[in-house]
Design a protein around this ligand. Structure first.
Ligand code: NDP
Length: 274
């Protein structure tokens, strides 16, 4: 079985560099998908309250027989639940659905800047961390200005910022901010939901290394320093997406992928989603 390398987060917690995302998988199909992923060797699972499949994830974790210490479970606070008290209540509800007594990473899903609640929300996240109910706290879809505001209001630097990131949206400025402040970059839609897999630059690199375009893109993320969480419900792809530790992209390959950065967002703009 592939052993997945880890990164050390800014509070010392170890996180697998490659995990399994479950966005858009209906709850009743999630248990099968997560079970396939766990059998293949994934140990990190990324869900969210809004995905409606925390129960399905929890069932797969329970059925797997894998010890809790080997697993890394991330879930996210939905926008409607931002605010101090509502964050604590939403966390309890997520934990109950997952059937766990703690998670490994809890994220604020979106900053929703016009609602101006994320600093209060962050205080609740800090309490959950202090109480040992989550091993690390972080954010998702935060732009540099949102991160700076959190840093100005709090002594706890987010361990992770999970953002849309793929060859079409390489987030250079944000990644540089993360590097300056010790925040790990986690890429959502790492494959741009498939939109980058037909690019000539990607397919020609794949042919040269005798791997698939998805494997090239995941390898690019790993060599760029990103944590990745590809999603698939297809067993063959679930296995394939984990099989990315046996080859290395060259400096020329990395440069060719760099040229694909076009600012292409497939999801909402974090500055305006409220
Ligand atoms: P991905 O970039 O992971 O792409 C998933 C799509 O690509 C699916 O349609 C899947 O098809 C297909 N696919 C997967 N593997 C392969 C492969 N090897 N070859 C060809 N096609 C493939 O998109 P997601 O948006 O799901 O992002 C990944 C995870 O990131 C989510 O599941 C979620 O956990 C997280 N996320 C977080 C967000 C946030 O706001 N924080 C927003 C969006 C996602 P199929 O399933 O049919 O095999």
């Amino acid at each position: 079985m592939t052993s997945i390398p880890h990164i050390t987060l800014n509070n010392g917690v170890e996180m697998p560099r490659l995990g399994f995302g479950v966005f858009q998988i209906p709850d009743e199909e999630t248990t099968a998908a997560v079970s396939t992923a766990l059998t293949a060797g994934y140990r990190s699972i990324d869900t969210a309250a809004i995905y409606g499949n925390e129960r399905g994830v929890g069932r797969a974790l329970a059925e797997s027989g894998i010890s809790r210490g080997e697993l890394f479970v991330t879930t996210k606070l939905w926008n409607a639940d931002q605010g101090y008290d509502s964050t604590l209540a939403a966390f309890d509800a997520s934990l109950d659905k997952l059937g766990l007594d703690h998670v490994d990473l809890y994220l604020i899903h979106w900053p929703t800047p016009a609602r101006d609640l994320y600093t209060d929300t962050w205080r609740a996240m800090e309490k959950l961390l202090a109480d040992g109910r989550t091993r690390a706290i972080g954010v998702s879809n935060f732009q540099p200005a949102h991160l700076q505001r959190l840093l100005d209001h709090s002594g706890t630097v987010p361990a992770v910022n999970q953002v849309e990131l793929h060859p079409g949206l390489q987030q250079r400025e944000l990644r540089a901010f993360h590097a300056r402040h010790g925040i790990a970059t986690e890429a959502w839609s790492p494959l741009a939901q498939g939109a980058v897999l037909k690019d000539e630059a990607i397919t020609s690199i794949a042919a040269r290394h005798e791997v698939t375009p998805a494997q090239v893109v995941l390898r690019w993320h790993l060599q760029t320093g990103n944590v990745v969480i590809p999603k698939s419900v297809t067993p063959q792809r679930i296995h394939q997406n984990l099989d990315v530790f046996g080859f290395e992209l060259t400096a020329d390959d990395i440069e060719a992928v760099a040229s694909l950065d076009s600012g292409m967002r497939t999801g909402p703009d974090p500055d305006t989603l409220n």
